[in-house]
Design a protein around this ligand. Structure first.
Ligand code: AMP
Ligand code: ZN
Length: 471
């Protein structure tokens, strides 16, 4: 089956055909760094990281670029409130986003450009747009001449005349000199106390949309395979990016446009402005980070809205635990299985898993249906729990375990039990407790168990003996 990607540009699932064989050039709009990111912001990060992982599993080399918007009104406002520089704010939150992304097991991007380090490129593209008649300067502000780009509206399917009618009534302070209400800002003049750069049109700073056109071009080239972000970016951000890039480069900008649906709370978009948000860190205190990631990927198709609640997170936690317990059991069995020859029944069992692996791939190739892909993993777990036992062939046990781990790795969730070494004093306490239990001194055994719990070690008595995990 060919890989199918839903393209917002054509509103259809299309077969993925890379510009260059075996390579994917991908740009994902990143966060504006003025605060801790909320779990809604984490949805595109997790979604498109998983898309990337799947491409890599299929043998593609992915050049993955995602920016940090580190010059913006909100950053300036925050800096003024705290009485510190905008740089201090943006560096602080870039650091925090990187920590959150690492916790969510988002693979490091090939490049995370920062807008403030790419101003030269923006000035060059704006100059080019002016030369070509697609932009003009008025009193230190440069505007994009929207009507000069004939295909404006092609991504968001908006009609330019309808837009015009809607815009006429809206007057934006400082943008009185526009030729047309549809025009948008590429460069704005500096104001007191704001960061600025020198440009042919005077000191100032770039508009938001031009950043992405420039950074994408610099790190990926004039034409890219995939441009992605949350669906709120379709208009105006991505529509404006297309206008700028295609007007400047004279080429189609991105072949595929991918957009994730919103993460909602009580069926309302989670957003900073509404105040109905949880930061990734808030949730990280209540649930392991891998549960959040697993929840996002198992809860809904990425283009669908996804409702967040603690109950749903609890359910995701339990589901993920089922996979982990199954893999842990396979790991134990691996050490104990017989070294007997591969029998026909083993082959038949392996065939069942291969069919499910195909089911996983088919789900992912159908526009990255992670929820269905995870359902295939659950089917594997179910069969493994019943059909793989102590008398199973060693190679089968290992292959099944590897298969589940590999597929979960594409989801960005590690399910392999970590071979952790315990500190000697904890090892000793566990041994003492075992002895106490043997001696039927249950009061002592319980006391040691509590002591271990205080040290963050949870004990579980199983048929195979005592097991421990970190709380
Ligand atoms: P922002 O910092 O607001 O520009 O957002 C960064 C990224 O998060 C963009 O791709 C947004 O589309 C995305 N985003 C923001 N809120 C949500 C949400 N509630 N659900 C899904 N994606 C979101
Ligand atoms: Zn962008």
């Amino acid at each position: 089956m060919a890989m199918k990607v839903y393209n917002t540009l054509t509103k259809k699932k299309e077969e993925f055909q890379p510009i260059e064989e075996g390579k994917v050039r991908m740009y994902v709009c990143g966060p504006t760094v003025y605060n801790y990111i909320h779990i809604g912001n984490a949805r595109p990060m997790i979604t498109f990281d998983t898309v990337r992982r799947y491409f890599e599993y299929k043998g593609y080399t992915v050049n993955y670029v995602s920016n940090f918007t580190d010059v913006d009104d909100k950053i300036i406002k925050k800096a003024l409130e705290e009485g510190v520089s905008t740089k201090e704010i943006s560096e602080r939150y870039i650091q925090s986003v990187k920590e959150d992304m690492e916790a969510l097991n988002i693979m490091p991007a090939t490049k995370n450009p920062k807008a403030t380090e790419e101003i030269d490129g923006m000035i060059a593209m704006i100059s080019q747009l002016i030369e070509k008649g697609h932009a003009y300067e008025k009193n230190g502000t440069v505007y994009f001449r929207t009507r000069s780009f004939g295909e404006y509206g092609k991504l968001s399917k908006k009609n330019i005349d309808d837009l015009e009618a809607g815009h006429r009534a809206i007057k934006v302070a400082g943008e009185e000199d526009k030729e047309d209400p549809l025009d948008f800002v590429l460069w704005k003049p500096k104001k007191d106390g704001e960061p600025f750069w020198s440009a042919p049109w005077g000191d100032g700073r770039p508009g938001w949309h031009i950043e992405c056109s420039v950074m994408s071009k610099k790190y990926l080239g004039e034409q890219i395979d995939i441009h992605a972000g949350g669906e709120d970016l379709i208009f105006p951000h991505h529509e404006n990016e297309i206008a700028q890039s295609e007007a400047a480069n004279g080429k189609e900008f991105s072949k595929y446009w991918m957009h994730n649906g919103f993460l909602n709370i009580n069926n309302e978009k989670m957003s900073k402005s509404k105040g109905n948000f949880f930061t990734v860190r808030d949730i990280g205190k209540k649930f392991p980070y891998d549960v959040l990631r697993f929840f996002m990927l198992s809860g809904a198709h990425y283009r669908m809205p996804l409702n967040f609640s603690e109950e749903l997170m609890e359910a995701a936690k339990n589901s993920l635990e089922r996979i982990k317990v199954s893999v842990e059991r396979l790991t134990d069995l691996e050490k104990n299985t017989s070294k007997r020859e591969l029998a026909e029944e083993d082959q038949l069992l392996m065939d069942k898993f291969k069919v499910l692996n195909k089911k996983f791939d088919d789900a992912m190739e159908d526009d990255f249906n992670t929820a269905d892909a995870i359902a295939a993993i659950f089917e594997m777990v179910k069969i493994a729990n019943v059909e793989i036992q102590a008398d199973s062939n060693e190679a089968v046990v290992t292959q099944v375990k590897q298969m589940i781990c590999t597929l979960m790795h594409i989801m960005g969730v590690s399910v392999e039990p970590k071979e952790e070494v315990l500190e000697a004093d904890i090892e000793a306490l566990i041994a003492q407790r075992q002895q106490a239990r043997k001696d039927k001194d249950f009061a002592k055994a319980d006391a040691i168990r509590d002591e271990l719990l205080e040290k963050g070690i949870v004990l579980k008595d199983t048929r195979e003996g005592v097991k421990w995990s970190r709380a």
